[in-house]
Design a protein around this ligand. Structure first.
Ligand SMILES: *[C@@H]1O[C@H](CO)[C@@H](O)[C@H](O)[C@H]1NC(C)=O
Ligand SMILES: *[C@@H]1O[C@H](CO)[C@@H](O)[C@H](O)[C@H]1NC(C)=O
Ligand SMILES: *[C@@H]1O[C@H](CO)[C@@H](O)[C@H](O)[C@H]1NC(C)=O
Ligand SMILES: *[C@@H]1O[C@H](CO)[C@@H](O)[C@H](O)[C@H]1NC(C)=O
Ligand SMILES: *[C@@H]1O[C@H](CO)[C@@H](O)[C@H](O)[C@H]1NC(C)=O
Ligand SMILES: *[C@@H]1O[C@H](CO)[C@@H](O)[C@H](O)[C@H]1NC(C)=O
Ligand SMILES: *[C@@H]1O[C@H](CO)[C@@H](O)[C@H](O)[C@H]1NC(C)=O
Ligand SMILES: *[C@@H]1O[C@H](CO)[C@@H](O)[C@H](O)[C@H]1NC(C)=O
Length: 800
């Protein structure tokens, strides 16, 4: 184990230093080339001796998982409180286990702002007399058979980053607290200014509920879980509550972060260090625009009942089904009632705390192409058997099986690194700070990031990410059976078809995909419509719940370790990376169709008055040096790329001519012309991606039959494969736009982002979709320029 020195200039995962490309002495270069040639010839000639594995990784890896220790690990990870920065004992446990399983262990630390609960109070008060009518206990019930609900170390109900305050005011029911909900209230003539907003969970990330309420003038917020959002698995439909049945325990409370994550102006990570790492001694920014200015509390549905009941008959009676929950004994009204007030008090300790991320590196022959599997270990409660510790347990199972695989003599090809993040819950803290700290290293070396979180909650296999990884995922899951019969692949196809979910935000992949342009996926076994209610961020997300309702016998935990490990091994083992570009482009075509459909018809014929936003973006000064540096290192941020000039030098029949466009042509063109240009760019890209994928296949086949090649042919093949793999590894980086999204500069990916008004759910081509939503014609034109440029750049890159 190595503890990184805090002030060391070295990056994590062994020293990363900026490379000086400029002065390389010619003499040394020649010597270097000689040595390299010698090395390569030796290595290439001996290929099959060095690289052939006698062992079939699938069989050996799966055999190790015949034993399932996930429940053992789950017990450990759910044994005590571990809020962000307070789970060091679990970080140490993870380190020890990684080390026991033969990984090279490292960890690092960040100093981040968090808030810990100190005190809270909530009273329903008679406005006239000031008499307290109802005092909310703000505590979840102790359940005899569930150890996690007992003891003096349970974590109070609170919302991370909620402001300190003691407010008394009338209150209003605002449904889910979405942007539309607040608009509708305005239309109904209900003013929230100076009031406390009562919001139910669902639809929108809770931080944005608070942000919208605050923006509309609310002075406090209560968020509760309405049984109406429990798919009918409720007492009203005859289901018993936990622990007697699958329905939600009526005292259960969802804790969580109220950072304004994903919203306009937001950035994940430490709210005091936007865009850079919270290493000791860094300069801090004012976080007040990133977190609430008003006090907030989460409550149970049992606690909200007497409160909402007093709104009965006050304000507007709600008849729209979308506004009515399933609480009984009163009708849903907006309020306010002049007769009643709420007194809401929340006090938290805001302080800088030390986060610890743990890394277990299974180093392969190729440590320049790394597959990372990551999961966080902090939780809002003592337990967290689902979130995140189904993931934590699976991560250890993967480590254990990789260790068995290596013990059996298997030589890992590309490295597989396992990471255990701290502080995900508050604002993706550990992963984001690390991503910001080691950005250059990660962009250079990572092939794919596979995210775990609430990994095993039910029988439905879910897979979100760029479609380029669907093929290899399908290959991995085709080798495993689903407990309900058939293969895991049959199961997946029967539910999702040949489709893959769109990533938004809400877990640790965010920095990898949306800031660094690293292909990332998020995958889990999720609930179906009749699964027991998952007590998210509540004391009842416990080992006992998991064992009794969530994943009896930890079957889906075990299966997760199997398919995830196989997926990582597939990515690690094949000579040519199994990343499929034409599949990716198929999704781009689908996504661009969504954008086209949303463009107002009357815009299409409009001439581009300000064509500069489109064409000037495309035509940027030629910087040869920059280009050479890019192609040598292969990865880059969005630097200017001169298509027209470059394409003239290329022998590229598909594109010859198309890039040498006459700029004047565009000065008169309509939006439709530009849309069609982008569309054509996309169609061209599809053609080239298909050819490129074909090359990948051919190269892999040649490799598999390399014994029949002369050594010089092998050398040639070696270089062809290296080049192909670099293009595959860095493919996702192409979608980064250095200026970032509109008003969300930190988010650089032009294809995937979270919706700015929902926080979690994915929004594709966000630059364009947001411009349309905002009625901003010029911004749409600009966004099409960015997109077109990206497509052309990729086309040029993969076609020579
Ligand atoms: C895992 O837990 C089971 C049941 O409690 C126990 O019998 C077994 O010894 C444990 N195994 C390990 C390796 O901890
Ligand atoms: C965790 O390990 C570190 C370093 O080995 C040690 O200093 C620290 O005391 C341990 N913390 C806990 C809570 O076990
Ligand atoms: C919490 O409970 C433990 C075990 O029951 C006890 O030893 C400890 O003194 C208690 N701590 C406090 C602060 O009450
Ligand atoms: C909060 O305000 C209420 C009403 O003004 C008051 O009764 C209570 O003592 C205050 N609580 C705290 C902790 O200051
Ligand atoms: C952090 O905690 C320390 C000790 O409890 C306290 O002295 C300090 O004022 C706190 N800092 C902030 C920002 O609250
Ligand atoms: C839904 O999931 C639950 C377990 O979470 C399982 O018992 C049930 O059979 C599933 N229903 C269907 C229709 O697959
Ligand atoms: C573009 O517009 C200008 C002025 O309106 C006109 O003179 C010119 O001929 C047009 N060019 C094309 C290619 O239509
Ligand atoms: C990529 O995907 C396409 C369509 O799904 C498939 O036909 C092709 O064989 C795949 N290519 C590679 C290299 O995986």
């Amino acid at each position: 184990m190595v503890l990184l020195e805090k002030d060391s200039a070295n990056m994590l995962f062994s020293g990363i230093k900026p490379v000086n490309h400029k002065r390389i002495n010619i003499k040394w270069m020649s010597l270097g080339i000689l040595a390299l040639t010698f090395y390569l010839v030796t290595k290439t000639v001996n290929f099959h001796i060095l690289n052939d594995n006698e062992i079939d990784f699938t069989e050996t890896y799966l055999k190790a998982l015949d034993i399932n220790l996930a429940s053992n690990w789950s017990k450990v990870y759910t044994s005590g409180p571990h809020l962000a920065g307070k789970g060091t004992y679990l970080a140490n446990f993870t380190k020890d286990k990684f080390e026991e399983y033969g990984a090279v262990v490292e960890w690092d630390e960040y100093e981040v702002l968090v808030s810990y609960p100190v005190d809270h109070d909530l009273n329903l008060v008679n406005s006239k007399t000031g008499k307290v009518i109802y005092k909310a206990p703000l505590k979840e019930d102790v359940i005899d058979e569930d150890e996690t609900t007992k003891g003096n170390d349970t974590i109070p109900t609170f919302l991370g980053y909620g402001a300190n305050g003691n407010v008394t005011a009338q209150y209003v029911y605002v449904n889910y607290g979405s942007k539309e909900d607040f608009l509708q209230l305005k239309e109904l003539g209900i003013d929230i200014t100076g009031k406390i907003a009562i919001v139910r969970y669902g639809k929108v990330f809770r931080g944005l509920k608070v942000k919208f309420a605050q923006d509309h003038g609310a002075i406090g917020v209560l968020i509760y879980s309405d049984p109406g959002d429990d798919n009918g698995i409720t007492p009203a439909h005859g289901y018993k509550q936990y622990p007697k049945g699958p329905a939600r325990q009526e005292s259960s409370v969802q804790r969580g972060s109220t950072a304004f994550l994903g919203g306009v102006g937001s950035y994940p990570g430490d709210p005091t260090t936007p865009g850079y790492a919270s290493r000791p001694g860094v300069e801090r920014q004012d976080p007040s625009n990133a977190i609430p200015k008003i006090p907030v509390l989460p409550i149970s549905y049992r606690e909200v009942k007497p409160i909402l009941k007093e709104l009965n008959g006050h304000g507007v009676k709600l008849t729209d089904e979308n506004w009515i929950g399933e609480l009984e004994g009163f009708d849903y009204y907006t309020g306010p009632s002049k007769k009643h007030e709420l007194n809401l008090y929340s006090y938290q300790d805001f302080n800088y705390t030390t986060l610890t991320n743990v890394y277990g590196k299974f180093v392969g022959e190729n440590d320049d192409e790394i597959i990372v599997i990551g999961n966080h270990y902090d939780a809002w409660i003592k337990g967290g058997a689902g979130d995140p510790n189904s993931g934590s347990s699976v991560l250890l199972e993967i480590a254990r099986a990789l260790s068995e695989l290596q013990k059996a003599g298997y030589k890992l090809k590309r490295s597989i690194y396992l990471t255990s993040w701290d502080g995900e819950e508050y604002s993706l803290l550990g992963s984001t700070e690390f991503g910001e700290y080691a950005s250059k290293f990660l962009q250079k070396k990572i092939v794919a990031y596979l995210n775990l979180d609430d990994t095993a909650l039910g029988p439905i296999l879910e897979f979100l990410g760029p479609k380029s990884l669907l093929g290899v995922f399908k290959k991995a899951i085709s080798k495993l059976p689903h407990p309900s019969g058939g293969s895991l692949l049959d199961h997946y196809l029967s539910i999702h078809g040949d489709e893959i979910g769109v990533l938004g935000s809400g877990s640790d992949y965010t920095v990898f995909l949306e800031h660094l342009g690293i292909s990332s996926i998020d995958t889990k076994f999720g609930s179906n419509k009749t699964s027991p209610i998952y007590h998210y961020h509540s004391n009842y997300d416990s080992y006992h719940w998991m064992e009794k309702f969530g994943d009896k016998d930890f079957i889906y935990h075990g299966l997760s370790a199997k398919y995830l490990g196989l997926l990582a091994l597939e990515l690690s083992d094949s000579e040519v990376l199994q990343i499929n570009l034409s599949d990716y482009v198929d999704d781009l075509i689908k996504f661009f169709g969504i954008v086209k459909d949303k463009i107002p018809k009357e815009w299409l014929t409009k001439t581009i008055d300000n064509a500069d936003t489109w064409k000037n973006y495309l035509v940027t000064p030629f910087e040869e040096a920059d280009l050479i540096q890019q192609s040598s290192s292969g990865w880059y941020m969005d630097t200017p790329y001169p298509f027209s000039e470059l394409m003239q030098k290329q022998d590229c029949p598909v594109h010859r001519g198309r890039f040498m466009y006459d700029l004047d042509y565009h000065s008169n063109s309509s939006l439709l012309d530009i849309v069609q240009t982008t569309n054509q760019d996309l169609i061209d890209l599809k053609g080239l991606a298909t050819i490129f994928d074909e090359q990948s296949k051919v190269l892999q086949v040649k490799w598999d039959n390399r014994d029949s090649l002369y050594f010089w042919q092998r050398i040639k093949l070696h270089f062809e494969i290296v080049k192909q793999n670099k293009l595959l590894q860095y493919f996702e980086r192409n979608f980064l736009h250095s200026k970032g999204l509109h008003q969300r500069e930190w988010f650089k990916h032009i294809v995937f982002a979270s919706g700015r008004y929902t926080g979690y759910a994915g929004q594709v081509f966000p630059l364009s979709q947001e411009a349309i939503e905002d009625g901003d014609f010029d911004r749409l034109v600009y966004s099409l320029g960015v997109i077109s440029k990206t497509f052309r750049r990729i086309s040029s890159r993969i076609s020579h």
